[in-house]
Write a protein that binds this ligand. Sequence first.
Ligand code: AMP
Length: 691
Amino acid sequence: MDTAVGIDLGTTYSAVAWVNRDGDPEIIPDALGETLTASVVALDADGRPVVGGDAKAGMTGGETEVAHLFKRFMGNPAYRLPLGERDWSPPELSAQVLAHLKAQAEARLGWPVTHAVVTVPEYFTHPERAATLAAGDLAGLEVLRLMSEPTAAALAYGLRPGPAVRRLLVYDLGGGTFDISLVEVGPDEIRVIAAEGDNELGGRDWDDRLIGELLRVLPPDDADLLAAHPGVLLVEAERLKRTLSARRAADLRLTIGGRTVRAAVTREAFEASCQDLLELTGQLTSKLLEEARLTWADIHGVLPVGGSTRMPMITRWIERTSGKPPMGGIHPDHAVALGAAAQAAILLEAETRLRLPGPDDGSVTPLLRLSAPRQVSNVVAHSLGLIAENPEGDRYLNSVLLPRNQRIPSQATRPYQFWLKGSGDDLMEIFLTQGESDDVQDCVYLGRYVVTGFPASGSSRQAVVDVTYAYDDSALVEVTATERTTGDRLDVNVEELPSDVPDRFLEPPARGGSRLPMTVYLAFDLSGSMSGSPLQEAQKAAKAFVSQLDLTTTAVGLIGFSDRVDVPLHATSNAARIERAIRKLSVGTTGYGNATHPFDDLRRLLTDDRHRKFCVVLADGVWERQDHAAKRARLCHQEGIEIIAVGFGHADEKFLRAVASSTEQALFTQLGSLSQVFSTIAREITEAGPR
Ligand code: AMP
């Protein structure tokens, strides 16, 4: 009998849920009826691990053999916590919590629990997710999927009756992380549209402020005594913080070593000390709305999730900022586990059509109520990229390949030019990153991916390697590579990061002879006749074009022209910027006619450029001053700028030939084939060797 549960593996508290026989998600309490389990591990007198409240009790007892907050260190391979005879890794400690919850569920249900959906903060990066998966494995659970906490909460919310479509923000402030997600709940689908967050901001920071407040108001002797017992202080501060969620003032009364320490804290003073933390969450929320181009008027409500949203300062902020009281109806501490249980049921239902044991009469019950949304789609809050040289070859940068906030699973393939020695031991290395900035110091390094398996050919040659980066359903990263000329799948191995990463990327790259940097401008006719589907197809073609370029050696710029010329993008290798500029192209920004041509601006832009230079001109009509334009295009040819002219619709074929660098570089096509033509051009200029 397979049973799948949903587990909210929290920084401070965890919970487990299942979908009951009525098809509703339900929390599974422990033997004492507690629904939350402290994410704390300790060893008992016999050296056996204990989890939860019993372990937490050890913290106030002043015992040092207690591990907590280890979720903050998931994915950090160097982190170890001493407990008993040995050091424990964060996944090992998390596995203890998972195994405890598994046993709790089995005891309550009366049969084995085999599968689980485990939740992680939206903002968890690949190493943190991989560590969570490893923890599930260690606990003897088959993890069906890692689900982000806000998505789980939104799913739990989506199971409740309400208007057909709701757009909401899930404000998730837990013990150690903050995530804000924009979610659309429909009758059949729950869709996360975009997400932001900070994985080092949570209730713990509020605890720290309260500790600061306590130490500030206490007489120095008492403050010193407390400071010498950090475990006790932390537990007390968290307790006081909770009291302050319900009352305007709270008292500390503690006896340590025969001395009693007393202090009073008001909610007002506590809130004042945390104002900046609240503002941080506000800034991230504004950023998310801005990126999604939405305002508060577009949001139906804010769903608070995570224990820390119980603080009145948070609910007041939500009400003040959104103009509506926070959405209620789900226990904030239970929503995530309930949503995970629903997701587990959906997955198991889809995969195996398994049914849970029915009531005693032996009949079976569906896993999840039939009316519930079955589709859950998510995005990843991080862009995936790799470290590359800029096209000038004088600096390393983080080159984004799979931009953030794309629906997962998703993947992108990009070609890389690579100089093979041909001796059979060629090795290409990729430093894969997660992060938005192109600064090599600002990203998370996912690993050194080593590509091998190039055949020994005995002679050196230029190869094109197509590298695919993918996010799976759990937002785990996978890298694969194929050599284009042979079509062979290459071997890709993840290796440990050398200790000099990222420092080594601060130095200028060594000069190699194999790089063929180039600059390509796409010059698009944006006159009135491009309105509607021609522009859309041109944008698609531009995207297809860029996806076939090696952006570690190629910079791409955009020119728009009709009555005037505009340069919406100067040549760059930043995929996200290129993508944005393509998306923003619109008809009319340079007038609606055909009075001008792009070639003078092209020459100006490329005067000091020492790379191979290309321009792909796209036209759909007849230009007013064709002879003049053709003359200016010839100046470009003389200056080493290769022009490829692509026409469709009413474009004049003869004129295209006059503009292009050679007859073969004048291409006339149909609108529906533009993307294919542009991809082919990109492939050809990428594969072209030194001229
Ligand atoms: P979670 O990771 O969602 O379990 O959230 C745990 C965090 O919520 C911890 O930092 C708790 O201190 C905090 N928390 C739980 N209950 C309250 C409360 N009533 N008032 C303030 N914070 C709370």
